[in-house]
Design a protein. Sequence first.
Length: 90
Amino acid sequence: MPIKKSAKKYMRVTDKKTARNKIVRGVFRSAIKKTREAITEKNIEKAQEWLKKSIKSLDKAVQKKTLVKNTAARYKSRLNKAVKELAGKK
């Protein structure tokens, strides 16, 4: 347990940031998971809908500095590629 006042404040700040980051991370991870589930089910409409939600949530995560820009770009690129492949097969 910290003794100094500034260290105590830093702990409080870290706890708040961690809580916010967990929420943001959970949102984009669940959106990505739903997109991948729709792809495995071969449901194009559902996959495209969840792709939009995934991209939006990834952009929000980058905006809130929970996720690095290039990491989000990589996720978006891979999801988009998978959805396009699914649409191209039908």
